[in-house]
Design a protein around this ligand. Structure first.
Ligand SMILES: NC(=O)c1ccc[n+]([C@@H]2O[C@H](COP(=O)([O-])OP(=O)(O)OC[C@H]3O[C@@H](n4cnc5c(N)ncnc54)[C@H](O)[C@@H]3O)[C@@H](O)[C@H]2O)c1
Ligand SMILES: O=C(O)C[C@H](O)C(=O)O
Length: 337
């Protein structure tokens, strides 16, 4: 009828506590579709020592709820109504994850979100530049191809810009690419995805997956599916938003990579960052291979020489759209007071 003391001990231990504790993580947009499950996954991560949650509404409830999960981190939640709520959320943060902003509805492109989300990201980046200028920023809010240049310009204007610390989170594209070939490969493998985070700028490098052999037809179909995976979810949600749960998973995974790198592990990731790789084409931001360390980007690696001609062509075709989105973001901040 009663479990032995030992069995109770085992049952109570659900997460490893052997990881050195270290990071305060802040989530801006924490009460939203992504923000809530992301806060849950971060609370479950033993590397997180403090979780700061901020949204314009509903954060106290989210904070009270995840705050009961029995990892050792403390949780505080603030809304725009709390005096200094954003400041308190950000002070001391090592990572700031930003999923604040509106999601797509069927028929919209990510760029259609620019008019609403550009101002939200600009203002939140401004607060980060003021209250946690040394934090790593993980930008999820769309259109990522423009919101990362926006945050960058804000940090430059504030005189605190460090290109090693501002990341556009493209991990959901990697998670999707990995899942879409999972059954074919028979195990979970990493698929590098480079470029940007919108339609044809999303470039899965299936040529880099050991043991994967695709017909031309399969390669075309899989590439298209990764590029437009977001639309699949938007359509299925039928007006109720875009990917939230898979994004929370992908965002929490990327945050964990940065925390592991901070603790001294060698971590290879893919993220939309400031790079000179396409300097000759006049492009400043591109999602590529990055080695991480405690300061953020340790090294940016060029695309592997062994990528296929098909993939090289996809990269070439993505550049004009990436440039357009980048310029739009940069000009937005230049024209803001
Ligand atoms: N990078 C990616 O791969 C990826 C994946 C999925 C979604 N997204 C994007 O993430 C964003 C959020 O999506 P969602 O589904 O969570 O939307 P949502 O509407 O469910 O949640 C957004 C949250 O942001 C909050 N918010 C709005 N303005 C704010 C501000 N100034 N400060 C703080 N919080 C603010 C809202 O109150 C809301 O709770 C969208 O722009 C979406 O396109 C990106
Ligand atoms: O598709 C969207 O609008 C959300 C996100 O960028 C995604 O890829 O799921």
């Amino acid at each position: 009828m009663f479990a032995s003391r030992n069995a109770i001990k085992l049952a109570a231990r659900s997460f490893s506590t052997s990881v050195p504790s270290q990071s305060k993580v802040a989530v801006l947009g924490a009460a939203g579709g992504i923000g809530q499950p992301l806060s849950l996954l971060l609370k479950a991560n033993p590397r997180v020592t403090e979780l700061g949650l901020y949204d314009i509404v509903n954060t106290p409830g989210v904070a009270a709820d995840v705050g009961h999960i029995n990892t050792l981190s403390n949780v505080a939640g603030y809304t725009a109504k709390d005096a200094d709520g954003l400041k308190k959320t950000l002070e001391g943060a090592e990572l700031v994850v930003i999923p604040a902003g509106v999601p797509r509805k069927p028929g919209m492109t990510r760029d259609d979100l620019f008019n609403t989300n550009a101002g939200i990201v600009r203002d939140l980046a401004q607060a980060c530049a003021e209250h946690c200028p040394n934090a790593k920023l993980l930008i999820i809010s769309n259109p990522v191809n423009s919101t990362v240049p926006i945050a960058t310009e804000v940090f430059k204007k504030a005189g605190v810009y460090d290109p090693k610390k501002i990341f556009g989170v493209t991990s959901l594209d990697l998670v999707r690419a990995s899942r879409f070939i999972g059954d074919k490969v028979g195990k979970v493998v990493d698929v590098p995805v480079v470029g940007g985070h919108a339609g044809v700028t999303i470039i899965p490098l299936f040529s880099q997956v050991e043991g994967l052999s695709l017909t031309q037809e399969e390669r075309d179909a899989l590439t298209h599916r990764v590029q437009f995976g977001g639309d699949e979810v938007v359509k299925a949600k039928d007006g109720l938003g875009s990917a939230t749960l898979s994004m929370a998973y992908a965002g929490a995974r990327f945050a964990d990579s940065l925390m592991r790198a901070s603790a001294g592990e060698d971590v290879l990731e893919w993220a939309f960052i400031r790079t000179d790789l396409f300097k000759n084409e006049g492009l400043e931001f591109f999602s590529t291979y990055v080695k991480l360390d405690k300061n953020g980007v340790k090294e940016i690696l060029p695309l592997p020489e062994s990528i296929s001609e098909y993939e090289k062509e996809l990269v070439k075709n993505a550049i004009p759209e990436l440039k357009k989105s980048e310029t739009k973001g940069t000009n937005f901040v230049a024209s803001s007071n």
